[in-house]
Design a protein around this ligand. Structure first.
Ligand SMILES: [Zn+2]
Length: 462
């Protein structure tokens, strides 16, 4: 197949050119190409041709208390494809007492109906031996998540964090961290409920940004001692970004991810009548943090934009994690997480349209950097011959409503209800197969492949 007449854009720059995907589903050639006899030709005149998006942070199918994330791998990957994302990396959780490889097997079963390629991260929720880390790396999981919050279910202490980092460093892994001070936050939440402060906005006031900054700084210190590269997931605030900057200045290999919700939304949404629909963790912040994050993106201080896609049906949000018919009792029972897998590429593109980011920043943040950091480059995140034919033909002028009813994610509300984005995929290919065409999913469930991943490819330090 030949994608003809577009403007190719990847880490090699932006240049006019054609792109051929071979019968093996890989990019065969780029440059000035003539159609072969019988070759299918896609007209990309006036459009950008970019590597398929890589969303390094998703939660599909996941049970949360008595409810479940509303997108499974079938609906979630279809929505991803429509929005221009052709690779996702989903978080496996090995709960306390579970064998991580068995948890991985569960997720692999869940992921079978995927229509784009997928990889997995492993979350440890208790001390594990070095052998567990080694077995995951052998199975193609080279990134390990640890929570510094949620003491009841997920949090591990600093000793466990250090030991996992040391093991990951020895086996060529990367440790990703949810950075919030869980102990202090639990105390604040308990006090709020005791005092009858149970409204949705308390979700934000009991998780102050300074406690995200504190945990980020602590994670960086532990990484420095362990000599392990670390990646801060869903960085949401200025104090956390400040800690990343400082650690990097002294030579710690620390990478940061943010998410569109922290670039577009703020606490005003939580204070609205629909506040429960905007509960995510870390919480939405005051507007000045939003500005700081955009500046951090522009300066290259934040490496990736992922989604933390974790949608719910509105009725499940209202019922709460305890599944109460009469509705959640207070803010601590609202399931946290927002839909985003379909809108990420376009929302970051709005930053290009607004002059905050360059086009190459957009490709780097949404595809190339996550592919490199999570051991998938150059098969993913690149248009070089030999790379997988994961290609998005992007129409910078296409307008797309961001209402839930206009999108494919399995949820009945959108954080961006009532807004229209400019810039959306015209054609999306996954290993050479057309999976989406101008807002329509045309792929097939079950055609996505598991991606065993290699060691992270890290930016040169300094
Ligand atoms: Zn997450």
């Amino acid at each position: 197949m030949l994608v003809r007449g577009g403007s190719l854009l990847d880490l090699d720059g932006e240049r006019p050119g054609d792109l051929r995907i071979g019968a093996d589903g890989r990019i065969a050639a780029t440059g000035s190409l003539e159609a072969l006899a019988g070759e299918q030709v896609v007209d990309a005149t006036g459009l950008l041709v970019v590597p398929g998006g890589v969303d390094a942070h998703t939660h599909l199918h996941l049970p949360v208390g008595k409810v479940r994330v509303s997108d499974d791998f079938e609906t979630g990957t279809a929505a991803a494809a429509v929005g221009g994302t052709t690779t996702i990396i989903d978080y496996v959780t090995a709960y306390r007492g579970e064998d991580p490889l068995e948890s991985m097997a569960t997720w692999k079963r869940w992921a079978e109906p995927s229509s784009v390629d997928w990889g997995l991260h492993m979350t440890f929720t208790e001390a594990v031996g070095e052998a567990a880390v080694a077995r995951c790396v052998e199975a193609g999981i080279t990134s390990f998540k640890l929570y510094m919050a949620y003491p009841e279910l997920l949090q591990v202490d600093d000793g466990v964090i250090l030991e996992v980092m040391q093991a990951a460093a020895r086996h060529g892994g990367l440790v990703t961290l949810h950075c919030e001070n869980g102990g202090a936050i639990e105390a604040l939440r308990r006090r709020a409920v005791e005092e009858g402060r149970t409204g949705v906005l308390e979700h934000a006031t009991t998780r102050p940004a300074v406690l995200e900054g504190e945990a980020t700084g602590r994670a960086a210190a532990l990484a420095e001692v362990a000599g392990c590269p670390v990646y801060v997931v869903h960085l949401s605030s200025a104090p956390a970004l400040e800690q990343v900057r400082r650690a990097r200045e002294r030579g710690v290999q620390i990478l940061a991810e943010t998410c569109p919700q922290y670039l577009y939304l703020d606490t005003a949404a939580l204070a609205s009548d629909e506040g429960a629909d905007f509960v995510c963790t870390p919480p939405l912040r005051d507007p000045w943090h939003v500005e700081e994050l955009w500046e951090g993106l522009g300066r290259g201080e934040i490496q990736t934009v992922a989604t933390d896609h974790c949608p719910f049906w509105r009725k499940d949000r209202r019922a709460g994690i305890r599944g109460r018919e009469e509705g959640y009792a207070d803010f601590t029972e609202i399931p946290g997480g927002l839909p985003g897998i379909e809108t990420r590429m376009s929302l970051v593109w709005q930053g290009v349209a607004a002059g905050r980011l360059s086009r190459s920043d957009w490709v780097r943040l949404c595809a190339e950097s996550p592919a490199k950091l999570f051991g998938l480059w150059p098969e993913k995140g690149s248009l070089r011959p030999g790379a997988d034919g994961d290609v998005v033909v992007w129409d910078p002028a296409a307008r797309q409503r961001l209402d839930a009813s206009a999108l494919h994610m399995a949820t009945d509300h959108s954080p961006y209800e009532g807004t229209t984005a400019t810039g959306w995929p015209a054609f999306v290919f996954s290993r050479g197969r057309l999976v989406a065409e101008r807002g329509r999913f045309v792929g097939e469930p079950g055609t996505g492949r598991y991606l065993p991943r290699r060691a992270p490819l890290l930016p040169a330090s300094g």
